[in-house]
Ligand binder design. Sequence first.
Ligand code: HSE
Length: 421
Amino acid sequence: MKIYDIAILGLGTVGGGTYRVIEKEQEQIIKKEGFGINVKKVLALDYSVDIPEEKKAHSIDEIIEDPDIKVVCELIGGKTIAKDFIIKCLKAGKTVVSANKELIAHSWGEIQNAAKESGAGFYFEASVGGGIPILRAVQESLQANTINSIYAIINGTTNYILSDMEDHNRDFDEVLKEAQALGYAEADPTSDIEAFDSTYKLSILSSMAFGVHIPIEKIYREGITRITGQDMQIAHELGMTIKLLAIAKKNGNEVEARVHPTMIPLSHPIASVKGVFNSIYLNGSAVGELMFYGKGAGAFPTASSVVSDIIYAINMDRQHKYADYLDSDNTDVRFSTNWVSGYYLRFSVADRPGVLAKIAGLMGKHNVGIASVIQKGTAGDDVPLIFVTYDTAEEDLNAALTEICLLDEVNEVSASIRVEQ
Ligand code: HSE
């Protein structure tokens, strides 16, 4: 029976998890696949698991020059040294498995070209949705479908924060601090709470689903830092909840891609996705609606996808497929920004007779239909007045808001959250 040698670069949470999953699951892998996996070399600065001295590599060249090692797992993360190592390995003909969504979203044309040059493979299932096997499902199980929409929760940290705000009626700052103390949020949470992480993942996922490159620069991004406990509570009163959704839609050659806090009905299946869990809800022309659910991060769920890629790469040997659309310049694709969605708008107003009629009038003037109105609190100079609109084009909504903000009675637009039904 054949045992394939591999190498792991980086032995942090995911690297350590991968090493342990290979050890623990070796027997059943052999039973199902007819071959085993041996981690021959590990290149790391710190070792999160104990490994024998002879497995410790001292340079990337030691791995590249080892003819037995055919697959290298890059689990270092970030864009600098990880990219150099990946390109070097690919150029040397080693197949690479990576979970590095930031790097892949920024540089996958370049990475794929390096792979093509030598005939090596490049696999990145773990980069989107952690343990959820979504990329392979899109590539290998949904070929019969034109995928036309994706609604996804692909960041566990923000979903944990929003779920906690919803369930315990708390404000963002308080929950973020607690999430950091519990290790659910990073010490520097910017990438998660400002939605960079979800944007990288949506770029990868939507490109593969639609078969055209959706670069990160074309994805609208808005984080969750301005969501308040009050908005979450009002959402509930309206039979809704707020999620950080990664949304991509394709209609003919027109594509829209955006990541922002979104109000969705509590009855939508994705509304029940709580805590650090991820979910991808998509629509395919033949299959209809599909929903994937699982752990989007963590040592073992992510290792589950990494090890699956290693096995897949071994099975593919030199028959790797390349996604040529990933480095195309999309001349025939039109990226739209005048999206249509409902809006939840919370104004701070001076509660004088006629204020509601003035705001409603300006909305009507710009084709913004009102679905409901709520006034909170008693009369005063700073009263929350909430409108939920019907589906409206962004340009119409912005034109209405510009004029509404000029009204004497309107202090500010305190919240503006898109609504998807
Ligand atoms: N920071 C990510 C999250 C995990 O919170 O989902 C890794 O992709």
